[in-house]
Structures are given as C-alpha cells and as structure tokens.
Ligand binder design. Structure first.
Ligand code: FO1
Length: 315
C-alpha cells in the first residue's frame, strides 16, 4: 500500500512512528511543512523536517519533542553572553551539526529536498521525507503591539517560542506560499497514493500551510483522505493549536476541526475523520467519523491509531 502523510512537527512525527510500526511494508511519503522554517545566524532551521527525521531516526529528545537526545546548549549560553538577538531560540550543540551540514549543502547549490535526502542517509527514517516546497515559505503571525497600538507581523517561531503563543493573533499568513512550487516528488507521491493521511498535526500552521502549496489541495481531491483529530475533549493534545485555531476563527474541538477540513464530497478534504473515544458523537456532514483512543501514549497505541485510520477509508 502506498501512503502519503502530510506532517508538521511533534504530533505528526510521533504518529508516523506508529504508522511505520502498523504497516512496515507500506511505501510512505511524508510531505512536511516548511512554513515554520527560519534563518537565524545564517543557518536555515527546519523544525518540522528535523523533528520528523530525528523522531523516525531515533535521535529525538523524547521529552521536549524537538531537537536531539543527550543535547547540550553550550553554544546557546555563549550566544546569550553576547546578548545575541535570537538567543531566545534554543539551538543545541548536536543539532547545530545538522544545521552546519544543511547550510553547507544549500550554499553548494542543492535544493532543500536534496539536502533533506542527504541528511536522511544518516537517520534512515524508513519513509521518504519530502519538503512541501524547495521555495522559501515562512509563516508569520499578525499580533497587536500593546506599545504602539498597531498590528505587526512576526515570524511564527518568534510568536511560538519567544512569546509562547500568548500574544493574541489576528491572522496567520504563509508568506511565499502563493508562489511556492510543490517540492520534487510531492504531486507524484499524491498521484501514486492509495490513501492520504492527515496526522494529528496542527491544522492551521502545519497541515494548513502544506495545503496552500500550489496543486496539493487539487491533487488530494482525487484520493481517499483520512484525518486524525489533534484536539481531544476541547483541548490540543500537545502544543498550542488552540491559539492558531482562534486566529482563523475555528473552535478548539474535534468537530470544528473536522468541519474546517470538510468533506471531500463537498469540496473539502476528508472521507474519514478519527476522533478520540471521549469525543464520540461528533459529526461532520459527508464524512465517516469514528471514535477510537487517540492518545499516543506508546508505540502500540499509536500503531493502533494508524491502523484504525487506514481501515476507516480502505476498509
Ligand atoms: N521549541 C521551543 O519551544 N523552544 C525552542 O527553543 C526550540 C528550538 C528548536 C530548535 C530546533 C528545532 O528543530 C525545533 C525547535 N523548537 C523549539 C520546536 C519548534 O519551534 C516548534 O515546536 C515547531 O516549529 C512547531 O511545530
């Protein structure tokens, strides 16, 4: 079976580990959000690509959910001693090696997709990681500045990491998405897929950004699509998806997110929508909804979620 998954960071990465365990023989292509990417100190930081790569490759810090295991932050402390403007962002010493490699390959003229493939030769994630685009797309968040009373747009990472998504957002914009071409292999992978899975990733800044890349949404219209709710009992399982949903006027509930994605038969995306057992009773017109346990508490529980998702649309 050929599976395409769209993915963001931690939630997507953990789900993919379950998917790999559930269907080890499946050919899985992951279209990864690059809207969270940011350039700091001249380095191109790709949090979602790295989170997926490290998680599937056994190199992730399990507790934080991002960055490397056994990480140290000596370089960051040194940067803080210089009062470096971006020292709010925690780039670890081990993680820095990935970024130096990426910088060197990008400088040598390789596109992000090829750089990602090269980095994956070390991590062997067991699936194909495809950046959604080789073109630069950066998510910005429009916030009200209490000092000036004016709105201003800040990079998603500044909003998320520096401000803990606590500044109320009035809009979230994927800058560059309108002209970004899909990355090599992205549309072909969807075209060849038997099923497309939307993992329990952030529906706005992860899945929502991938969907803005030219041709992706249209390609999905021809395929069975199943999604897993990142919202359980009215709250995000992890992360601050509620702040992102509020910015686009969607309630933080499994039902509202399902309806936000919408039924494929009605111009939306979904054929199937998996919600947590505690959200049984959710309805999305035109979509088959099933309630199963959706907490990714361990690999077996996550693999069971992946199996339920595939069964919902493939039978
Ligand atoms: N998240 C944080 O909350 N604080 C950090 O300092 C931080 C650093 C970081 C470095 C590399 C990386 O790949 C991810 C990092 N993240 C950090 C996670 C990331 O900012 C977000 O969780 C994702 O962009 C949202 O999917």
């Amino acid at each position: 079976v050929k599976v395409v998954a769209l993915a963001g960071g931690i939630g997507g990465a953990r789900f993919l580990r379950g998917l790999r365990a559930a269907v080890p023989d499946a050919e899985v292509s992951v279209i990864v959000n690059t809207g969270d990417d940011i350039t700091l100190y001249g380095l191109r930081i790709c949090p979602d690509l790295d989170t997926v790569m490290y998680t599937l490759g056994g190199g992730i810090d399990e507790e934080r959910g991002w960055g490397r295991t056994d990480e140290t932050f000596t370089t960051r402390s040194e940067l803080q001693a210089y009062d470096a403007p971006a020292s709010w962002f925690g780039l670890g010493d081990r993680d820095l090696a990935t970024h130096l490699m990426r910088r060197q390959m990008l400088d040598a003229g390789f596109p992000l997709s090829q750089v990602t493939a090269a980095l994956c030769e070390r991590w062997r994630p067991g699936m194909r990681l495809l950046p959604m685009s080789d073109d630069r797309v950066e998510t910005h968040v429009v916030v009200d500045d209490p000092q000036t009373g004016r709105s201003r747009a800040i990079h998603f990472q500044e909003w998320w990491v520096r401000h803990g998504a606590a500044l109320p957002a009035s809009a979230i914009l994927a800058v560059g998405a309108e002209t970004a071409a899909p990355g090599p292999g992205v549309l072909d992978a969807i075209g060849a897929a038997d099923v497309v899975v939307l993992p329990p990733s952030n529906p706005v800044v992860s899945i929502g950004t991938v969907l803005q890349v030219d041709g992706v949404r249209a390609a999905l219209a021809a395929k069975p699509v199943v999604g897993l709710s990142p919202i359980i009992g009215g709250a995000p399982v992890r992360g601050m998806a509620d702040a992102c949903l509020a910015a686009v006027g969607v309630q933080t509930s499994a039902q509202a997110v399902g309806r936000h994605y919408g039924a494929r038969s009605a111009g939306g995306l979904l054929d199937g929508w998996l919600v947590d057992s505690s959200d049984a009773g959710v309805t999305v017109p035109g979509v088959e909804v099933r309630a199963v346990p959706l907490l990714m508490s361990d690999l077996a529980a996550t693999a069971a979620m992946a199996t339920a998702a595939l069964e919902l649309v493939l039978g």
